[in-house]
Design a binder for this molecule. Structure first.
Ligand SMILES: NC(=O)c1ccc[n+]([C@@H]2O[C@H](COP(=O)([O-])OP(=O)(O)OC[C@H]3O[C@@H](n4cnc5c(N)ncnc54)[C@H](O)[C@@H]3O)[C@@H](O)[C@H]2O)c1
Ligand SMILES: [Zn+2]
Length: 359
């Protein structure tokens, strides 16, 4: 806090400016967020302080709000990890990052990595997810370890850059699927992640079908030029067969996370089809393993992203070749955090809701 003395004509005004304070949101448990002022801390020697521009609300943030992750989350906690911002201060040991750089954060902290991780630090045993296991980005300023930073080109739109994190998930999923031109992919579930998976899958030159049951999301997917099937209206297996001369899909992305999509994924995958398990299944589900034997299917697990997926996502966002702006349904002030989460429950049709962290 600084004290400044202003001389104006015949009187002396003393004003207290709160430039050392910042706004932060805190998840308090029990479906509740508070907005509070707290001291803006200098970055530690290996840290960077970011003036957060936008922070998107992820499905995981909604799970936290619903209380299902209360055992893992250290309440009260500032959550959020889908962000963009500008470097505001750097620690003494930090090089190659400068005040004023536009940046995003790859919110994985693998400092507890064990030798058994075979170099795949993004899925190491002791992985901590920043914004769930430690304070996140739904605040005006955010101090993070410098190794999490990815710089953005100067021309990057910071609103779109808040999509880099979920887009990197999609880049990872498509990369591990080995999808190629001339192949056909089916995306089961056209939520934010499924829609981004479909967009990235299409950049390979492959043809892409989305299966979705939500009418608003079906409409959006069609506006984005995708062939969309509502499995409640049309037989998805027959449709995929009709589109592939009976060969069925080369790649199936399971991004809905329900038993019915787990049932159908093995039916719509053709001979030696690859099934990519994107959805997080909190509970075991039944799978028809006979179909894996019969068609020599492959199941590919995918979790978050690696450095190169972030780099691909940043390039896609910077080039703005894909209709990412259509993914952003609303931008709301940070102060409205409680209302934003309540509204997501009332209107689950929306895609990405961003918090504007500077208003
Ligand atoms: N692998 C990873 O690292 C990773 C990262 C982020 C998210 N995820 C997971 O990806 C999944 C998708 O995330 P999201 O944010 O898009 O979730 P979401 O719940 O918004 O999207 C799921 C979509 O599936 C649709 N759906 C439901 N039943 C269906 C059916 N029978 N057929 C077709 N579609 C159906 C829903 O209408 C919804 O639009 C979640 O399980 C999430 O936890 C995984
Ligand atoms: Zn996320």
């Amino acid at each position: 806090m600084t004290l400044s003395i202003l001389f104006s004509q015949d009187k002396i005004a003393v004003s207290v400016t709160k430039e050392g304070l910042m706004k932060t949101t805190l998840y308090q448990g029990n479906h509740t967020f508070t907005v509070e002022n707290k001291e803006k801390l200098p970055p530690k020697s290996d840290e960077v302080r970011i003036k957060v521009a936008y922070c998107g609300v992820c499905g995981t943030d909604v799970h936290i709000y619903h209380g299902v992750m209360d055992k893992r989350v250290n309440i009260p906690l500032t959550i959020g990890h889908e962000m963009s911002g500008i470097v505001d201060a750097i620690g003494a040991q930090v090089s190659h990052i400068h005040v004023g750089d536009k940046v995003v954060v790859r919110p994985l902290d693998s400092r507890g990595e064990k030798p058994s991780d075979k170099g795949f630090s993004h899925i190491c045993e002791d992985l901590k997810f920043i914004g769930i296991d430690s304070p996140g980005a739904m605040q005006q300023y955010w101090n993070v370890p410098a190794f999490t930073i990815h710089k953005l080109p100067e021309e990057t739109d910071l609103r779109l850059a808040a999509l880099v994190e979920p887009l990197a998930v999609a880049c990872h999923d498509v990369r591990l699927s080995r999808l190629k031109k001339s192949e056909m992919a089916v995306v089961l579930g056209g939520g934010p992640i499924g829609m981004l998976v479909a967009m990235v899958a299409r950049t390979t030159g492959a043809s892409v079908i989305i299966s979705e049951v939500n009418q608003t999301r079906i409409k959006l997917a069609r506006e984005l030029g995708f062939t969309v099937v509502d499995p409640g209206v049309e037989n998805l297996i027959d449709f995929v067969r009709s589109q592939t001369d009976g060969h069925l899909a080369d790649v199936v992305f399971e991004v809905a996370g329900v038993q019915s999509t787990v049932d159908i994924m093995v039916d719509i995958a053709g001979i030696r089809g690859r099934i990519v398990m994107v959805a997080i299944h909190g509970q075991p589900k039944s799978v028809d393993l006979f179909k894996f034997f019969w068609k020599e299917l492959q199941l590919i697990g995918v979790r978050v992203y690696e450095k190169e997926d972030y780099e691909t996502a940043i390039q896609l966002i910077t080039e703005n070749r894909l209709p990412f702006d259509k993914m952003i349904t609303a931008v709301k002030p940070l102060d409205h955090v409680q209302q934003v989460f309540e509204n997501i429950d009332k209107h689950p049709d929306g895609m990405k809701i961003l918090l504007d962290c500077q208003v």
